[in-house]
Design a protein around this ligand. Structure first.
Ligand code: FDA
Length: 406
C-alpha cells in the first residue's frame, strides 16, 4: 500500500501531536497523524486521576525545567492557559479550579480527548493508528518549491511530507506506549539530546533509612521540600520504598536535574514545620518535663513524631536538652536532609526530564535549526513542567506553535 503525500505528518497522537495536527489542518494543510498505540491518548485519559489537570491559571517560564530555561517563553506567550481555556469553553467542557490554580475537568479526561479529536476532524486530519513507523528518510528538496521532503516508512505503507513533526512524548509509563522513538529520530538527524531521566517521580531511600521509617508507610504530612534551587510546600507521603506525594514528586525533578551538573547530588531537605518559627517554639518549652516526641505530636502525626525522634536519638524530656542541642533539633526539623538512593523509575514517573535539546530548535516554530522541515513538540523535548497542569500546557503551547508554521 502507498499512502498519498501530505504537507505535514505528525508522529504521536498524544496531547501535543493532536494539537499540532488540528492547527495545521485548520490552516488548510493536508495532515496525517500516526500513532502506534491501539488506544488514543492514553496519557490524557489516565491523567489527573481520570479528570485531566489540563492547565494552570498561573503559567510562567519558572514552572519549567530545561537546560535552556528561556526557550518556553515565546510559545507560552502566544498560546497560554487563557487560550486553552477558551478552547475548552468553546467545546462546553465543564471544569473546576483546585488548589494552586490547577484546572480539572468536572466529568472526565475523555472530554479533552474528544475535543482534540473533534478539532482534528475540523482540520480534515487523516489518521493512521495503530501503525508502526519503521524508518524515516530525508529526500532531496522539492525541485520546484525547494521545500524539504521526508518519507515515512510504516509497516503498512509509506507517505511523504514537507514537514515532519515528532510528538512521540517521553519515556514514562512504557506499558501505555511510551517509546524512545523521538530521541532516535533526533539522533538520526544530528540533534543533541539531554539525557532523559524519570521526573515527577517517587524517591527511594537507602535501606538503613527505610528500616527506621518503614512503620510510617502511609503517613502523609505537609512539608516544604527543597533541593537544588527548587522549593515546594505541599504534602509528602512515606511509602514502603521511600517518599512520595506532591511535594516529593515536584522536588524529584530538581534532585534529578543535578545529574547534568556532574559531581555529588545535594540531598533533598524537608522542612517538617513550614511557616513555624521552630527555634522560638522549642525554646518556649525548653524547661518542660514532657517528651520531645509528645510536643512534636502537637503539630506532626504522632507516629511520625515518635519515629523521627527515635531516628535522631531525641526521645527525651525537653528539659534534658542543652540549649545548643535544642537549636540542632530546630535546625533538623526545618531542614531534615534525606539523600535518596534513586527513584521508582519510568514505571511510576509522570514525565521525563531531558529530551531533545531545545538549543537546537527554534523557540518560535519548534523546527530543528539544522534540519529544515523537522519539528519536535511536547514532552519529547527538554522541557519539563512542574506538577499542576504545566506539562499539558507545554504540549498545547508547543503543538500550537508548530501548527502555525508546518
Ligand atoms: P504523549 O505521551 O501524550 O503522547 C505521545 C504519543 O506518541 C502517544 O500517543 C504514543 O503512543 C505515541 N508514540 C510513542 N512512540 C511512538 C512511536 N514509536 N510511533 C508512533 N507513535 C508513538 N500532565 C499534566 O499537565 N496534568 C496532569 O494531570 C497529568 N497527569 C499525568 C498522569 C500520569 C499518570 C502521567 C504518566 C502523566 C501525566 N501528566 C500530566 C503528564 C502528561 O501526560 C504529559 O506531559 C503529556 O501527555 C505529554 O504530551 P505529549 O503529546 O508530548 O506526549
Amino acid at each position: 500500500m502507498r499512502w498519498q503525500d501530505y504537507d505535514v505528518i505528525v508522529i504521536g497522537a498524544g496531547a501535543a501531536g493532536m494539537m499540532c495536527a488540528a492547527q495545521a489542518g485548520q490552516r488548510g494543510r493536508r495532515v496525517l497523524l500516526i500513532d502506534h498505540a491501539a488506544q488514543l491518548a492514553e496519557k490524557i485519559r489516565i491523567s489527573g486521576g481520570g479528570r485531566c489537570n489540563f492547565t494552570n491559571l498561573r503559567v510562567t517560564a519558572d514552572n519549567y525545567l530545561s537546560r535552556n530555561p528561556h526557550f518556553v517563553r515565546s510559545a507560552l506567550a502566544r498560546y497560554g492557559s487563557r487560550e486553552f481555556i477558551e478552547l475548552v469553553d468553546r467545546h462546553r467542557i465543564a471544569w473546576h479550579e483546585r488548589e494552586h490554580g490547577q484546572l480539572f475537568c468536572d466529568h472526565s479526561a475523555q472530554d479533552i480527548i474528544d475535543m482534540l479529536r473533534s478539532e482534528c476532524a475540523d482540520g480534515g486530519v487523516d489518521w493512521a493508528m495503530p501503525v508502526t513507523v519503521e524508518r524515516i528518510e530525508r529526500l532531496p528538496a522539492d525541485t520546484t518549491s525547494g521545500a524539504p521532503r521526508f518519507r515515512v516508512h510504516c509497516a503498512t505503507g509509506t507517505a511523504c511530507c514537507a514537514s515532519l513533526v515528532i510528538a512521540s512524548g517521553g519515556l514514562s509509563i512504557p506499558k501505555i506506549g511510551a517509546s524512545p522513538f523521538g530521541y532516535r529520530i533526533a539522533e538520526q538527524f544530528g540533534l543533541p539530546i539531554v539525557a532523559p531521566l524519570p521526573a515527577l517521580v517517587p524517591l527511594t531511600l537507602p535501606p538503613e533509612t527505610l528500616q527506621r521509617l518503614s512503620t510510617l508507610a502511609g503517613i502523609s504530612l505537609e512539608v516544604e521540600a527543597s533541593c537544588a534551587g527548587g522549593s515546594f510546600r505541599e504534602a509528602a507521603l512515606v511509602t514502603h520504598r521511600g517518599l512520595s506525594g506532591p511535594a516529593i514528586l515536584q522536588i524529584s525533578s530538581y534532585w534529578q536535574a543535578q545529574a547534568y551538573d556532574g559531581g555529588a547530588r545535594a540531598p533533598v531537605t524537608l522542612d517538617l514545620l513550614p511557616g513555624t518559627d521552630v527555634h522560638a517554639w522549642l525554646q518556649q518549652h525548653a524547661h518542660a518535663r514532657s517528651l520531645l516526641p509528645n510536643l512534636l505530636a502537637e503539630r506532626l502525626p504522632k507516629r511520625f513524631a515518635q519515629a523521627w525522634c527515635e531516628l535522631h536519638g531525641w526521645s527525651r524530656p525537653l528539659n534534658q536538652f542543652r540549649s545548643a542541642e535544642l537549636d540542632s533539633v530546630a535546625d533538623t526539623l526545618q531542614a531534615w536532609p534525606l539523600a535518596p538512593s534513586g527513584t521508582q523509575g519510568y514505571a511510576k514517573a509522570e514525565v521525563t526530564l531531558g529530551g531533545v535539546d531545545t538549543r537546537a530548535l527554534s523557540s518560535r516554530t519548534m523546527e530543528a535549526n539544522a534540519c529544515p522541515g523537522l519539528y519536535f513538540v511536547g514532552e519529547v523535548m527538554d522541557v519539563t513542567g512542574h506538577l499542576g497542569g504545566y506539562n499539558f500546557q507545554w504540549a498545547w503551547s508547543s503543538g500550537h506553535a508548530a501548527g502555525q508554521f508546518v
